[in-house]
Write a new protein. Sequence first.
Length: 141
Amino acid sequence: MNLRISLLLFILGFSKLLIAQKVEFPIVSIIEGDSVIIFTTEQGRKLVNINEQKNECFENLDISKKELKQEKVITESQKVQIKNLEQVVLDKDTIIESNKSLNAICEDEKKLLEKEVRKQKIAKWLSIGGIVVVGVLGIVF
């Protein structure tokens, strides 16, 4: 019994001695053949917060990578659309130039037709006048 009491007093004295000494945490210890690191509760909370922030950063990184890929796809699509629209503008300019030249040709042909119609009207009136003169001369003579 004395041995138990002395052992108990020794453990209590040793624990008071450990409590009196300021122990620096984290402590590396071996329990059942495994190395363990012992933290204070406050240090554990800080580590949990740091771990959560790290996980959030990884999630944000994944989201950013996906958005970057989408941005590249959208950018390439818009570049293709810009090239197509530039081609449309070039085609429009070509069509306008063709229209202008066709309008000029039409105006020239219109002027030629008007001259031809005028010549034919004059020829018609001259032939009518000639027939009238011949008819009157035929009646008189």
